[in-house]
Design a protein around this ligand. Structure first.
Ligand code: GLA
Length: 742
């Protein structure tokens, strides 16, 4: 595994050097700072003693010096602070030690260094013209993946604390005629619902519920932005952005009267004023940005490549097919229930068993969600031979073993809540509104950070055969209050909770670099790049209904990589829906992400059992390398409202591909077919096309050209026709290069 990057955010207490001397106006000429990747450039204009101006972010030009020319707006600052003429679209607003509200940031130099052969960091130094206060913009260019990230570090040496009201990670002014914003709205059970809208005058804000913990509840901290036209998969200018922050966030899109769109992204200033002592620093999370001149498909692929290489644990290693116990057993199990599930999983060809909630608590057994959370001792009644027995049993059947924890939370009915009432986030003297019968522990408190780390450490220590942890977090912060923070710093809780969490993640990864960790929060409520870099994958949604999953996964994979998108075959109907879906449809949907199962495998019988074994084998042998490491091409959007969807993954060398097609709720008359044009193939190559996962009842292919060969050119121009006429029909086609027929 490649070493994980150190936490991107920390509230730093640096012994920074005393203030810069007061700025003198100089006659030094303006210079262009060009931060480039393979195809993109961020261009700034810097002149000592003057604000750093934004010139361009987008396609790289061959004449960056031309950005020195006159004719550009000279009021677009790279990092606008409240003061002077800056009142709107502010990246920074604060109250100085003497009460002044004005900050004027000017260029004070920059440094550039190569971090490795892919990454180059530029630090742009800004300083206030009057006070000993600096802001450093750390901009990293990831050359191959065409991604740049930016964060800001504020430091001051004023004689008394300052009060920071708002500090953004990045501020980006883009210029075009019109702007189409794609964002990912949702809540429990319907995460990452893609919404596209034309921006009109006035601020458009995306943010989470402002309740901490569940970053992606309401809106995900990410977006795409198409210029001049609604986003298309293969054409047009598209920007994509994602904030690497697992707390309250705010991204503001503000078109002004001069056709400039101001994007301001960062931690949410909501109730979060920060008191910063002299000599202290405050660092923002990274804002991740990419640009594509050829539609949003390429923007997604840039982010997927970047994540696998730089912001996902073990991004270069295949993920196992797993069975999770939750929907198959919920809280109702004993040792026999689980060993039977393990036996059945092994017979299906599954590679890992994950024991979900319900394995702990003795005084208050965790037999439902009302008790036991926080008491991380193995429940003796359910599991008399403890976890080691189960983990060994799984390994004896050639399965890896994983286990669920939710270490940030506590049930009121638990020994932990009895012993440490001061560890619970709570407004003094008031009741805490209940959510899922549990409360949130105060991760701003280092003692709680130690506890949470210990829960992880102790759980892994239950057996040397535990190689996977599912880390859950099932409620937000309500009625905020920390006994650890002083009265004057209660507003620090939102940010300190997240930095406390990252501190624990850092310790976990330092000690357990190889363990697989799933990021879960009531499904996909904490899917953000701040947390994801410590994890191998995320639980996409508690909604495992395959029709809904097509939409959820389509949205999620706009920004986050399919290798990390846990996607499970569940029973049908299940807790989410009365709808009965064919097993083939459920497998064909789950196989387009990181395949797993979440049901009682003994309930799969007859033709379905044989089908499940074949589908798992097909995934392991053929589909997995393409889905997890290939390039995603979206072909037909499930959001287009005609009841169909299709996508494909193409190997980097274009020798293989897999195409998924789904009929979500469409009826076509007999003889009609679903026509799809594949993308991303090599037109010069000849491919054999094989229909995988044949219908267990008919064993017939839905593709007339099954097992025949044709060129990539033909496939992409003429398309293919699939007989998936009825709701919940689906197809998985495998394309592999063959020597051209003579
Ligand atoms: C959350 C998770 C589920 C499951 C339950 C267990 O809802 O999203 O996958 O782990 O908790 O309580």
């Amino acid at each position: 595994m490649k070493p994980l990057l150190a936490s991107t955010l920390a509230i730093l207490c640096l012994a920074a050097t005393p203030s810069h001397a007061q700025t003198r106006k100089t006659n030094a000429p303006a210079q262009i700072l060009e931060i480039t990747t393979a195809d993109t450039a961020l261009v700034l204009l810097a002149k000592p003693g003057a604000p750093v101006l934004f010139r361009h972010y987008g396609a790289k030009t061959n004449d960056p010096r031309a950005f020195l020319n006159k004719g550009y707006r000279d009021d677009l600052e790279a990092y606008p602070a409240l003061g002077g003429a800056n009142f709107a679209n502010l990246a920074l607003s604060l109250t100085h030690a003497d009460g002044s509200l004005t900050t004027e940031l000017v260029y004070a130099g920059h440094d550039t260094r190569a971090l490795d052969d892919d990454r180059q960091e530029t630090i742009v130094h800004l300083k206030d013209t009057l006070y000993p206060l600096t802001v450093d913009l750390h901009i990293t260019a990831f050359k191959t993946e065409n991604v740049i990230t930016q964060r800001a570090i504020l430091t001051h040496h004023e004689p008394a604390p300052i009060r920071v009201e708002n500090i953004a990670s990045a501020s980006l002014p883009l210029q075009a005629g019109s702007y189409y914003l794609t964002h990912f709205h949702g809540a429990w059970g319907h995460e990452m619902q893609l919404t596209e809208e034309k921006l009109t005058p006035g601020d458009k804000v995306i943010e989470n519920t402002r309740q901490g913990v569940q970053t992606a509840m309401s809106d995900n901290p990410s977006f795409m932005l198409a210029l001049d036209h609604p986003a298309d998969e293969t054409s047009g200018e598209v920007y994509a952005g994602a904030l690497a922050w697992s707390g309250n966030f705010k991204i503001i899109f503000s078109p002004d009267e001069l056709e400039t769109l101001h994007i301001t992204a960062g931690m949410n200033p909501f109730a979060s004023a920060r008191i910063l002592a002299p000599g202290e620093s405050l660092q923002t999370p990274d804002m991740i940005l990419t640009y594509s001149a050829t539609g949003r498909g390429q923007a997604s692929r840039n982010l997927h490549d970047w994540a696998r290489r730089h912001s996902l644990a073990h991004g270069d290693q295949p993920r196992p097919v797993l069975l999770n116990s939750w929907e198959g057993a919920y809280f109702n199990f004993d040792e026999k229930t689980l060993t039977t599930m393990i036996d059945n999983a092994a017979a299906l060809g599954i590679e890992m068993f994950v024991l979900d909630d319900g394995w702990f608590g003795n005084k208050y057994p965790r037999d439902n969600d009302r008790a036991g959370l926080g008491d991380w001792q193995v429940n003796n009644k359910k599991l008399p031979r403890a976890i080691a027995y189960l983990a060994d049993y799984a390994v004896s059947k050639n399965l890896r073993f994983g286990i669920w924890i939710e270490p940030e939370m506590v049930n009121p009915k638990s020994e932990l809540a009895e012993q440490h009432p001061d560890w619970i986030i709570k407004s003094p003297g008031r009741d805490i509104p209940q959510r899922r019968n549990q409360w949130v522990l105060d991760l701003a408190n280092p003692a709680v950070q130690d506890f949470v780390f210990k829960v992880f450490d102790d759980t892994v220590s239950l057996s040397p055969n535990i190689t996977y942890i599912k880390w859950d977090a099932n409620r937000p912060i309500l009625s905020p209050g920390s006994t650890h923070l002083s009265a004057g710093k209660q507003t620090h809780l939102w940010q300190d909770y997240v930095t406390g969490l990252y501190n624990v993640y850092d310790r976990v990864r330092a000690k357990y670099p190889n363990i697989t960790i799933q990021l879960c929060s009531s499904g996909g409520a904490r899917v953000d790049y701040g947390a994801l870099k410590y994890h191998d994958e995320f639980w996409t949604s508690d909604n495992t209904n395959a029709v809904d999953r097509v939409l959820i996964q389509y949205g999620a994979n706009m920004i986050y990589p399919p290798i990390a998108t846990a996607s499970h075959v569940s029973a049908s109907p299940n807790h989410q829906t009365g709808m009965t879906l064919p097993l083939k449809f459920r497998f064909d949907v789950a196989s387009s992400g990181r395949l797993g199962m979440e049901l009682q495998p003994k309930d799969i019988t007859g033709d379905d059992l044989a089908f499940a074994k074949t589908a798992i084998q097909n995934y392991k042998q053929t589909i997995r390398p393409l889905v997890q490491f290939g390039d995603l091409h979206r072909l037909v959007s499930p959001y287009a409202n005609d009841g169909r969807a299709a996508l494909m993954y193409v190997a980097k060398d274009k020798t293989q591909a897999v195409l998924f097609a789904y009929n979500l709720h469409h009826f076509l008359p007999r003889g009609f077919t679903f026509a799809i044009k594949p993308r991303g193939l090599d037109p010069a190559k000849t491919y054999e096309v094989t229909d995988l996962n044949l219908n267990p009842k008919t064993q017939k292919s839905v593709f007339p050209g099954n097992n025949k060969t044709c060129t990539g050119d033909y496939l992409m121009k003429a398309g293919i026709n699939l007989a998936i006429r009825l709701p919940h029909d689906s197809a998985v086609l495998y394309l592999v290069e063959k020597a051209a027929k003579k």
